[in-house]
Design a protein around this ligand. Structure first.
Ligand SMILES: N[C@@H](CCC(=O)N[C@@H](CS)C(=O)NCC(=O)O)C(=O)O
Length: 185
């Protein structure tokens, strides 16, 4: 959407996770999964980055090989491995319906450890945003789309309150003109 590319969304049906069509694109049958120019691509970071690269006129990402591109990779990898994994683990282990993970497989005690790890990583992002409005080149880029979504997950779990810069960052992202970003949940 932000890239201005034409697309067809197929992810809004309740039976999508059981569909063979999704399994053909994502080996774990997860979303997001995309078909770009006839080729399947999965993992949100790869999809966001590829779409930004496909619309260079939108200036959503620095070119491969630039230092700003390395910073994009840095924040995406950081958020995936040091923040999102603990948020996801928290959801899996507290899912009352047992839809994300069966009740007998849940380990609810892990949530306290997850909270500590989440706070540690959120503090890093909060500190980085002390002196800048956005993550890379201090301007809105696809990195903010990617990271902003995960920060909104932090908000959804009620873990954002102590991070004033992250609260301001989310407000900044969601009050952007023509904002196409959706909050987690
Ligand atoms: N690492 C993957 C995570 C994808 C993921 O877990 N997606 C969730 C929806 S937000 C999903 O498909 N859950 C269904 C499942 O786990 O079977 C990414 O960032 O694309």
């Amino acid at each position: 959407m932000e890239a201005g590319l034409e697309f067809e969304s197929r992810g809004n049906t309740s039976d999508i996770f059981e569909s063979e069509e999704l399994q053909r694109v994502h080996p774990l049958g997860k979303l997001p999964a995309a078909i770009i120019d006839g080729r399947p691509l999965f993992e949100s970071a790869a999809i966001c980055t590829a779409l930004a690269d496909l619309a260079p006129e939108r200036n959503l990402i620095a070119p491969p090989g630039s230092w700003s591109r390395a910073l994009h990779d840095q924040w995406v990898a950081f958020v995936l491995s040091e923040l999102e994994s603990w948020l996801w683990s928290t959801d899996l282990n507290t899912d009352e319906q047992g839809f994300l993970m069966a009740h007998e497989d849940q380990v609810p005690e892990i949530v306290n450890q997850n909270r500590k790890l989440i706070r540690r990583s959120a503090a890093v992002l909060d500190a980085h945003l002390t002196g800048s409005d956005f993550l890379v080149e201090n301007r809105f880029t696809v990195t903010d789309i990617f990271v902003g979504y995960t920060i909104s997950w932090l908000e959804e779990l009620g873990l954002i309150e102590e991070f004033q810069n992250l609260i301001r960052y989310l407000n900044r992202l969601f009050t952007r003109e023509h904002c196409t970003l959706t909050r987690y949940g």
